[in-house]
Design a protein around this ligand. Structure first.
Ligand code: PGA
Length: 255
């Protein structure tokens, strides 16, 4: 197991927060604090914030991503945004399959897979979210759940395309709740996902895939979580909205 074979990525997921003007402000505040980062730094922001965030991030080491994309190239899908639209803006990253999409907006493993396909076809890199509900953890089916979500989402994704897949393990019970998985729990499940990728592809592909942890990661617990061999970064919600907290996590990942 060699962490050095893969990129460490700290990505903010702003969810439905920040107006365009506030987005400019936040990126401008984060930029000087993370300029010496020894990891990739990404902010995934609401659609209306993409342009201002891209503008504010110009000349910095912060990359901007979106929080979702539709599976169709174009068409009668009122209010949706295609992967091509995002790619044409110069974006590289898009989050797909976040548990809030699954929980509140009818996202299924099948629609996650379709969106992954569309994003890859558009040339984007996907941050694919998987994770179990508390009830599933209590029923001791966490491994089955994350394996199933991972396998279905990656159906039809080639080994070459895996270089544009990042996986975020986000236990649903830890998101926005202040409850964090222990570093051991995070490491264990990220390891299960890595094994699943090795089965689907090769050990080499599995060793090269960045697997993040997400769920109440903050400036206080990042060090320990990121010290684990299978945890290659974080997908950060609440703490990504505060420049100093986000920068502290980036710093922990840069050690
Ligand atoms: P949280 O969100 O850090 O606020 O728990 C993480 C996420 O949903 O990506």
């Amino acid at each position: 197991m060699n962490k050095a074979t893969r990129k460490t990525i700290i990505a903010g997921n702003w969810k439905m927060n920040k107006t365009p003007a506030e987005a400019t402000e936040l990126i401008t505040a984060i930029a000087p604090l993370v300029k010496d980062a020894d990891c990739e730094v990404i902010a995934c922001v609401p659609y209306v914030d993409l342009y201002p965030a891209l503008e504010a991030a110009k000349g910095t080491n912060i990359q901007i991503g979106a929080e979702n994309c539709h599976w169709a190239k174009s068409g009668a899908f009122t209010a949706e945004i295609s992967a091509d639209m995002l790619a044409s803006m110069g974006l590289k990253y898009v989050i797909i399959g976040h548990s809030e999409r699954r929980q509140y907006f009818g996202e299924t493993d099948k629609t996650v897979r379709d969106r992954v396909r569309a994003a890859l076809d558009a040339g984007l890199t996907v941050i694919l979210c998987v994770g179990e509900y508390l009830e599933q953890r209590e029923q001791d089916v966490t491994a089955e759940v994350v394996r199933m979500q991972t396998k279905i989402a990656l159906m039809g994704v080639s080994a070459e395309e895996m270089s544009r897949i990042v996986i975020a393990y986000e236990p649903v019970w830890a998101i926005g709740t202040g409850l964090t998985a222990t570093a051991e729990q995070a490491d264990e499940v990220c390891g299960i996902i890595r094994e699943c990728i090795a089965e689907l592809y090769t050990n080499e592909v599995a060793e090269a895939t960045t697997i993040q942890y997400g769920g109440s990661m903050n400036d206080a617990n990042a060090d320990e979580l990121l010290s684990k061999v299978n945890v290659d970064g974080g997908l950060i919600g609440g703490a990504s909205l505060v420049a100093e907290k986000f920068a502290a996590i980036v710093k922990a990942a840069s050690k």
